[in-house]
Design a protein around this ligand. Sequence first.
Ligand SMILES: O=C(O)CCC(=O)C(=O)O
Length: 270
Amino acid sequence: MTKILAAVVQLQSTEEKSRNVDAAARLVTEAAQRGASFVALPELFNCIGRWEAVVAAAEPISGPTSQRMSELAANLGITLLAGSIAEQSEVAGKIYNTSLLFGPDGQQLACYRKRHLFDVDVPDKVTVRESEFVMPGAEIVGTTLPDFTLGQSICYDLRFPELFRALADRRADVIAVPAAFAFGTGCDHWEVLLRARAIENQAFVIAPNQHGRHTPTLQSYGRSMIVDPWGTVLATAADGESLALAELDFQRLQDIRRHLPALSHRRDGQ
Ligand SMILES: O=C(O)CCC(=O)C(=O)O
């Protein structure tokens, strides 16, 4: 198959897990009913807010949220990227920020843990120390699916082109960037970075984001997006909890790579 319909789900998650998972399931179901066969949820979709609350909500990989997502994927017959959840780690008081991929039979196909942690202090915009609560992941994850190869990243990873190049080296046709991208930086950087990563790696970029205020000091930018390998924005979510859908045409991807073979013009394998 050279074309599929993909969807990104935009949420305004809270610290209330059952509310968030229900909202996610409702929008994933709507996306599947509209014909999407690949649906992606944002970062920390099942619980976001104060870090203490996120850590307290952490689950093992095979916990209630992943079981619900696995059943959802199987019932709808779709491939589901469960954005990320807080995963219990071996270190007390710390989690992994973990993205799980489920196939249309409900099987877990991949697990990616956010590698780059958002420790920044940008005056008047955003101050965060994610590494106080989150352990960095070690692995780079690319998964070959029947229709395409998926590369995984999470949010702040977007600023590290070497990760995306490593995913391109694993032949990623689609790169997912589930996010709760800070409003303060998102206004200027979100779309530019997504489009740059798509253009330079000649891949579709699927970027479901959180939107709106989660706590008085935590606000996500929204504008969840699907970008094609030419850097064209194919779809953008409206503000609030919403969906954006777009067709991924893999023949167009191959044509772009053939006409403009920049990835094969790299010097010294870089
Ligand atoms: O890179 C940025 O500016 C935002 C990243 C972010 O919000 C996150 O990783 O949670």
